[in-house]
Write a protein that binds this ligand. Sequence first.
Ligand code: NAD
Length: 506
Amino acid sequence: MSGTDLKSPEQLSVNWHQRALDLRPDGRALIDGRRVDAVSGDTFACHSPVDGRLLTQVARGQAADIDAAVRSARAAFEDGRWSKQPPAARKRALQRFAGLILAAQEELALLETLDMGKPIQYSLAVDVPAAARCIAWYGEAIDKLYDEVAPTPATALALITREPMGVVGAIVPWNYPMIMAAWKLGPALAAGNSVVLKPSEKSPLTALRLAELALQAGIPEGVFNVVPGYGHEAGEALALHMDVDAIGFTGSTRVGRRMLGYAGESNLKRVFNELGGKSAFVVFDDHEDLDQAARAVAGAMFFNQGESCNAPSRLLVQDSIADAVIDAVVGQTPRYQPGDPLAPQTTMGALVDEGQLQTVLRYIEAGRSEGANCLIGGARAREASGGYYVEPTVFDGVRNDMTIAREEIFGPVLSVIRFKDEAEAIALANDSSYGLQASVWSSHIDRAHRVARALKAGTVHVNQYDEDDITVPFGGVKQSGNGRDKSLHAFDKYTELKTTWIRLSV
Ligand code: NAD
């Protein structure tokens, strides 16, 4: 996810406040091609973190709703209405789906901003186009993938084919609701699976709308179902379901552990975990442009209010340049002051809810009480709005064993740790239970390569942090998970390899 290529505020002429008042989001589940209430009739309230106001009531899906969705998905898979369509036909439907997402760009962007608090300019210019591109890319890919013939003796032919798994459960978080859903839906649907998506209870609205657009695009009923609800109810029921073949999970490491447990307790379904991070951004004194490094770390850290799994939340900086780099980073913070998410020029919005606000404030307090030095920020902002905002915050004097260096905060809080040499930098960067992403800044190609190789992370950036594309895999090592979203590699998660031996007369 990147903050580049954003539409400028001048290009946004919509009156978002008026549009927000006119919006009537539908919080019912979408199962078997229809909008339905939860079987129990229960709902939960969906409030906006922008100002705390009620957006709508959302169906509180539980085991019975998940079961109905899985049955529908299974029936669709077995009768082949999607799974047996020629790849070129699935491609056309997915491309129509992507086109409809783009056509609904303003509505989806507004829903995303109201539901989870990010600035409208980013919902519009990052989240919606990225979700559409992901769906279109997997659609485009699916009729270009070939299976294999093994190099066996002439007495037999062995075909190695990729087959869809069946019913895929997708469980996603709230920080990039549409993009996370698209990263699961794109490859899973293109490969011919049926999907039951459980969005986060904190941001369910765009997922529900996406399912309507998929139907409109001609993706048959039952192929893509969405059941909103709480993790311990709908999420658990989906992960424990005996007729779900795979779970694509994105979320916290804490819940990722549970996913593995649920699979063990039920049908040993495949589990692919995309989890948290505490990414290191390592700046050496031989980098030729320290201001560029400072801009990059601030931009990536404060984008999406710091609620990014790959946020570079540990800035490791060499002693000799530390003061200069820290000054430059602090100098960037006025660019990221929290503002009204519906105002086109706002660059940092609201945290997702009161709970997340309190979590972030607790971490800030832990940083102070453990002896780190809060250089800037560190407080709630815009309280009178009724929403949940925190100032961009920078701590100096952090040791890698402090809570704010070890735990994922998921808010706009940067911890600066100083190091003396390359060996110490590598040791500090790798001394984390996470391994999602890392970055090394050095103008010496030998050092840049050496350190990039030594860093234990799913993705390492050299002298930048922003590059991102649907063509490259995204995922982590260690407790950041095991799956890979994006790129052709994502098909590995949603297909089974099948071997077929055919005897030949010679
Ligand atoms: P979370 O783990 O609390 O929730 C994620 C999803 O799991 C939600 O839909 C939730 O309802 C569901 N869930 C919660 N408890 C469950 C249970 N017991 N059984 C089944 N489902 C359950 O995470 P979150 O707070 O929504 O999201 C933030 C986390 O997501 C962060 O740790 C962040 O790093 C991670 N994340 C990772 C990536 C990645 O690609 N690696 C991307 C985005 C976010």
